[in-house]
Design a protein around this ligand. Sequence first.
Ligand code: DX5
Ligand code: ZN
Length: 217
Amino acid sequence: RGGVAIAPSLLAADFARLEQEIRAIEKAGATLLHLDIMDGHFVPNLSFGVPVVEAIRRTTDLLLDVHLMLDNPANYVEPFRKAGADVLTVHAEVLDDPRPVLDQIRALGAAAGLSLNPPLAVERIEPFLEACDLILVMSVMPGFGGQSFQPVALEKLAWLRDHSDCHAVLEVDGGVNAQTIGPCAAAGAEWLVAGTAVFGADDYGPRLADLSQSAQA
Ligand code: DX5
Ligand code: ZN
């Protein structure tokens, strides 16, 4: 823990120019890249899968933060780890007991993340805090970029920040922009996912710098 980092979400990049987009985000000073994997079941959208993550891994040394929006994450953690994921985050909504898959992620040598959507009470993940290296608090219903930030995420972040059993990195995802990033950081978020707020800019360097500054203000 310590400090804040902007995690650009590649979902908002130009997929026809992925390599140039990744170079540009590296040059802009990003240290990690958030990759949204969607299965058309857990979320009503599709994105990209293992071969694309593998291709991204060959293109960059950025830390790859892979967000699995999947009904059956246990079937996919190994292929995504082999493709080069550094962090693998699964959703609490689809797992009665997330511990086996979190343990599996750690056994594969990656950091284990657990995510919760806006409707899921944060107390529901309390029994699993020790198994988490990262907790991803969703501030929108996942599936699409460009949605409005839901403030319920702030209460959850503060609850996790103040919980003595929580040693995980706290991450927030959805609707993070220059207005919402400050409250997120103040509530304890350390990794701030931003899709449209980053890739919607003409120049990513100044935008990342502005977002970092807003997070620290
Ligand atoms: C939403 C994804 C997000 C998305 C965020 O389903 O999990 O990572 O890319 O996009 P913005 O920052 O535009 O809300
Ligand atoms: Zn995401």
